[in-house]
Design a protein around this ligand. Structure first.
Ligand code: NAD
Length: 306
């Protein structure tokens, strides 16, 4: 078991899914966890629960705004000062508020990148307790599909997948011994999923959101299932693997190549003109090796590993 006796940092770990990651990892033998979160009220509550259910020596709360590099770095520093090692980083802090999209990108993307860099370049090499280390980046099922009502959040979660797939390549692993995996939760019952209309970018998006909610019921899974996926991904996931947990089901997916996604259609001479004149809304066009084609993004279900 990788998790046993290891030390972890979870950003956004004071509440929501992040807190359930902490307790599940501890239940699976984790030595200690740092919860790096802006919310010190929830942070102190989380420490009290973990102290009671496990032991006070197993948890540290560090008030951290992940968008502030010095604060994120301080969480890493405090972790190794307190627990001696660092083996696992879960870049989980995230928000879904389209009307503050620049802040959202800073939390969901920039801080995730910085968390990976701090871990891989500075702290893992010096403080890991075993040969291998693990980074888990938290994306979303909308990291694998377009979403009309949440374009900026969706972009942020696509970015997390691109980052993880790049850092999770074999040559990266060979030089760092860090396994990088991604988790894509489906809709889960936390405050993030509440009040969606008021988190819209503007009134037009609020209308689109109201319309969608009127015609479609979003089924929310309970938070408990998501940390089971975390443990599976850490223990069984290959480097670079992407895991979905939705509707209480956990599975890993295989990303198709561009060629596999190629749409069966006539080749045309000018990609830009063809895309503008004929491309469907949301269509994606590739032009390479003197060839032009548009692609069909598979659904998660089609990507599901057999
Ligand atoms: N809930 C869902 O349906 C769902 C689905 C897919 C992905 N996710 C992702 O899972 C992660 C956790 O989401 P959640 O549902 O638990 O959200 P949540 O809102 O319940 O909890 C988020 C936690 O992050 C903390 N946080 C927010 N901004 C921060 C910052 N700048 N620095 C440090 N901590 C900060 C909050 O204080 C809170 O403790 C997010 O990355 C989210 O995008 C959630």
């Amino acid at each position: 078991m990788f998790i046993e006796n290891k030390v972890a940092i979870i950003t956004g770990g004071a509440s929501g899914i992040g807190f359930s990651y902490a307790t599940e990892l501890l239940a699976n033998g984790l030595k200690a966890v740092t919860l790096a979160d802006t919310d010190d009220v929830k942070g102190n509550e989380a420490v009290a629960i973990i102290s009671k259910d496990f032991s006070p020596e197993k948890v540290l709360f560090v008030k951290t705004d992940v968008t502030q590099k010095d604060q994120l770095e301080n969480a890493f520093k405090r972790t190794v000062e307190t627990f001696g090692n660092l083996d696992l980083v879960v870049n989980n802090a995230g928000i879904m508020v389209e009307d503050v999209w620049e802040k959202m990108l800073a939390i969901n993307v920039t801080a995730t990148i910085y968390g990976c860099l701090l871990a891989m370049e500075e702290y893992f090499p010096k403080y890991k307790s075993g040969k291998e280390t693990v980074i888990v980046n938290i994306s979303s099922i909308v990291g694998l599909q377009g979403t009309s009502i949440l374009p900026m959040y969706t972009a942020s979660k696509h970015a997390v997948i691109g980052l993880s797939r790049s850092l999770g390549t074999p040559d990266q692993y060979e030089s760092t011994q860090t396994k990088v995996v991604t988790i894509c939760p489906g809709p889960t019952d936390t405050p993030l999923m509440q009040d969606l209309v008021n988190k819209s970018f503007n009134e037009r998006y609020a209308d689109l959101t109201r319309n969608l909610l009127n015609n479609y019921t979003i089924e929310l899974q309970k938070t408990d299932i998501v940390p089971k996926c975390l443990v599976k991904a850490i223990e069984e996931g290959e480097n670079g693997s992407i895991w979905v947990v939705e509707n209480d089901e956990i599975y890993d997916i295989e990303m198709p190549t561009r060629q596999e996604m190629k749409k069966k259609t006539d080749i045309v001479p000018k990609c830009l003109v063809k895309a503008i004149e004929e491309g469907e809304n949301g269509s994606i066009w590739v032009v390479e090796n003197d060839e032009i084609y548009d692609i069909e993004m598979p659904t998660r279900q089609e990507m599901k590993k057999k």
